[in-house]
Design a binder for this molecule. Structure first.
Ligand code: PXG
Length: 470
């Protein structure tokens, strides 16, 4: 390696502004330098091996070290490294991939629009649905309804669609005509209520909002099948079918943001399939190339495409890298791997249930108040006193403490407040999951020991703990 870790950290801190980072804290600590990766593991610049329980950032679906993807990129770069899709032009991988994605998305869909990220794709969604309604002679239909604690990206549209108050506080967001309803988070909002009844109630908040805004002004509803960055919030099974019914009732377009859930993560090609919804538009990114190269886009239904093509005229929207041939070639090779290895089916029938069983068993841990999974995503809540549903004081940042124990013990697990979340590669074997969960236990035990030492556990638990020690 040409530099020592310290030298890289110094360069980094002097010149690199990172996403979502407090730079004073980073400069004091020094960035963790990830140097290489293979399979389900990454290695830092000191040679420490870490199980990547987050697939990078929810994207490395087929795992690291796939030579097929390297070869696909290399071949395409030698043949045609770049050309644009403007001015009635296309390229071979872009056309082939559109056909392939439409085939995976199902009968409702006919077209694909390309971008390079999830954020850009959601900007496309906002412009496309407003253009759709304007083309139908209803330009007043502009309002898009989203949800609190949703994540839809970091551009002006993406962050506005998202429901993160910390993001809205910076940059004067949300932009006009984007409004939010409460999320379907059963554990936090109504743990005592029947889960399915709560799902129906949470969906009814959409109808309330439609009526408050005025149905003639509402263009679309957008949601993630399972909220990812918000903390792996898995909705009750009644939620999405009811959301679909309400959208149909008012003729409102449904956008499923599949940036995390798409390309197999929930054990179906797209998450909306599992949730029982039939969206009009689906946002994708991340897993389409397993993160090896940036690519995103929107899968467009026949309903929307028909209006865009036959009534919309020119859609004045597009990106330099829309349909990038190298990114599309890598996506095709990535889908080949997912199909050849049966990864979607494996998540559904084998590895997903295996992960779920491990998570269910975590309920015996004194810190773990709720643990659930859906395919290859999982979330658990750390609580001070789970019997009394008592959270830790937010200011204690117990989730962040747990995350540090994870890194120290060779595991990437993310903290969203006191929710610890994982999303390992879909290529995980059952043995990989056993290894990951062994590390999860070690990290939870280390966190428990830590918070006990600090005197932060619930009174009853502390008494039990000291009785046990006596
Ligand atoms: N939609 C969803 C559902 C996402 O999860 C985006 C859109 C935006 O994609 P791009 O490619 O523009 O980043 C995302 C991205 C986290 C985290 O902390 C999650 C994302 C991005 C960054 C951090 O969990 N998801």
């Amino acid at each position: 390696m040409p530099h020592t870790t310290r030298e890289i950290q110094t360069l980094d801190s002097a010149h690199y502004i990172h996403p979502f980072t407090d730079h004073k804290a980073l400069a004091a600590q020094g960035a963790r330098v990830i140097a290489k990766a293979d399979g389900v593991y990454v290695w830092d610049s000191e040679g420490k091996q870490i199980f990547d329980g987050m697939s990078g950032l929810w994207c490395v679906n087929v795992g690291y070290g796939r030579q097929e993807l390297v070869d696909a990129a290399s071949r395409q770069m030698s043949t045609l490294p770049y050309y644009n899709s403007f001015f009635k032009t296309t390229n071979v991988p872009a056309a082939e991939l559109a056909d392939r994605i439409v085939g995976l998305a199902g009968d409702n869909f006919s077209h694909v629009f390309y971008s390079s990220s999830g954020s850009e794709s959601n900007d496309t969604n906002v412009r496309m649905v407003r253009h759709y309604w304007a083309s139908l002679g209803q330009p007043e239909r502009k309002v898009i309804i989203s949800r609190k604690n949703a994540y839809h990206g970091s551009t002006m549209c993406g962050a506005s669609l998202g429901g993160m108050s910390g993001m809205h506080a910076q940059g004067g967001l949300p932009i006009p005509d984007i409004v939010h309803i409460e999320q379907p988070y059963h554990f936090a909002l109504a743990p005592a209520k029947d889960r399915d009844a709560f799902g129906l109630e949470a969906a009814s908040w959409l109808e309330e909002k439609i009526l408050a805004v005025g149905p003639e002004k509402v263009a679309a509803f957008i949601g993630e099948p399972v909220q990812g960055a918000g903390g792996v919030i898995i909705p009750p099974k009644t939620y999405w079918p009811e959301i679909q019914r309400i959208c149909d009732k008012y003729g409102i377009l449904l956008i499923s943001d599949e940036v995390i859930c798409g390309f197999g993560r929930l054990g179906t090609w797209f998450g909306s399939e599992l949730m029982g919804a039939k969206p009009d538009l689906m946002t994708f990114a991340k897993g389409v190339t397993s993160g090896y190269i940036p690519l995103g886009g929107v899968v467009v239904s026949k309903r929307v495409a028909d209006v865009l093509i036959n009534k919309g005229g020119e859609f004045n929207h597009g990106y330099t890298y829309s349909g990038h041939p190298v990114a599309c070639a890598v996506a095709l090779a990535n889908i080949d791997i997912i199909e050849k290895e049966g990864l979607v089916q494996r998540v559904k029938e084998e590895t997903g249930p295996h992960l779920a069983a491990h998570f269910a068993a975590l309920s015996d841990h004194p810190l773990v108040a709720g643990a659930e999974t859906c395919g290859m995503v999982g979330g658990l809540v750390l609580m001070q006193d789970k019997n009394r549903h008592l959270s830790f004081d937010e200011a204690l940042e117990v989730g962040m403490i747990c995350r540090e124990h994870c890194f120290a013990n060779g595991l990437v697990m993310r903290a969203v407040g006191d929710r610890m979340i994982i999303a390992p590669p879909l290529s995980c074997t059952k043995a990989d999951i056993d290894e990951m969960m062994k590390r999860v236990r070690i990290c939870l035990d280390a966190t428990l020991a830590d918070v006990r030492t600090r005197g932060w556990m619930g009174a009853e638990e502390s008494v039990q703990a000291s009785a046990g020690m006596a």
